[in-house]
Design a protein around this ligand. Structure first.
Ligand SMILES: NC(=O)c1ccc[n+]([C@@H]2O[C@H](COP(=O)([O-])OP(=O)(O)OC[C@H]3O[C@@H](n4cnc5c(N)ncnc54)[C@H](OP(=O)(O)O)[C@@H]3O)[C@@H](O)[C@H]2O)c1
Length: 225
């Protein structure tokens, strides 16, 4: 199967949470780390998030730095990477930063559980692929993205979509930026949620290196094959 190079980037508290129990978007890392993330975005062909993140956080998912956007245009690339949402589109608003902010192509990968009329309306702003009855076939999604020319795919959470992609062995690398904070709370989301791996199926990582950005430490891993 041909697929893009896929990496997860995630900011976590020292206790491994990607948000608090309120499950809202909050600033976790620092300014230097946000610049690192912006560079990663600028080097990617597409950025993918799960539907809870789209609906709850309404992320813009664009390259923040004007200089980096201009550099992309100079290279003949679109100003921003493609924005991708995965999940049931019934909860999506017809206007949002995800759909409307910045100059970027959008793709929604969804299932037959999604309302067809709503899908029709969203098609005015985004491509929509129906790939599966109740769950998006993530392998097929990767093939389609590769066919569309996506070679580098950045995944920006949340914990459910991260886990699904890890379980399907579709992730090549992970960056974890650890911030000096404790969020606590057993219902607070973590880097990888979903059903979790059983002890005999744990996913082993290989350490690639680390970067210290003031009080934030960024760990980089590849997935052991
Ligand atoms: N710190 C960070 O770096 C960071 C980054 C992003 C998000 N977050 C936080 O993460 C939290 C959200 O995480 P989350 O785990 O609740 O949600 P999520 O991963 O953003 O989205 C989960 C949803 O994605 C859809 N989905 C995932 N896999 C699918 C598949 N194979 N087929 C179809 N749909 C699929 C489902 O949507 P449907 O149920 O609609 O089908 C599922 O409920 C928020 O608190 C957010 O602020 C943190």
């Amino acid at each position: 199967m041909k697929k893009p190079f896929v990496f997860i980037n995630c900011a976590v508290s020292a206790d491994g949470k990607i948000s608090t129990v309120e499950r809202r978007q909050i600033k976790i890392s620092n300014e230097l780390d946000r610049e690192r993330v912006d560079k990663l975005r600028a080097e990617s062909d597409a950025i993918l998030v799960g539907m809870n993140t789209v609906v709850g956080d309404d992320p813009k998912l664009t390259v923040k730095s004007e200089k980096l956007r201009k550099e992309r245009l100079k290279k003949g690339l679109p100003e921003n990477p493609i924005k991708i949402a995965v999940g049931n589109l019934n909860r999506m608003k017809l206007s949002s930063d995800f759909l409307d902010y910045g100059n970027a192509e959008k793709i929604i990968f969804t299932t037959e559980k999604s309302d067809k009329r709503k899908a029709g309306k969203l098609r005015k702003k985004s491509e929509v692929y129906v790939l599966g009855e109740t769950k998006v076939n993530l392998h097929r999604m990767m093939e389609i993205l590769h066919e569309k020319g996506v070679r580098k795919l950045m995944v920006e959470g949340g914990g459910t979509i991260n886990f699904e992609l890890l379980r399907e062995r579709l992730v090549d690398e992970i960056y974890v930026a650890i911030a000096p904070k404790i969020f606590g709370g057993k219902t607070a989301p973590t880097l990888a949620d979903g059903d979790g791996f059983r002890a005999d199926k744990i996913l082993n990582l290989e350490f690639l290196g680390l970067e210290k950005l003031e009080d934030v430490v960024v760990l980089r891993y590849t997935i052991e094959k």
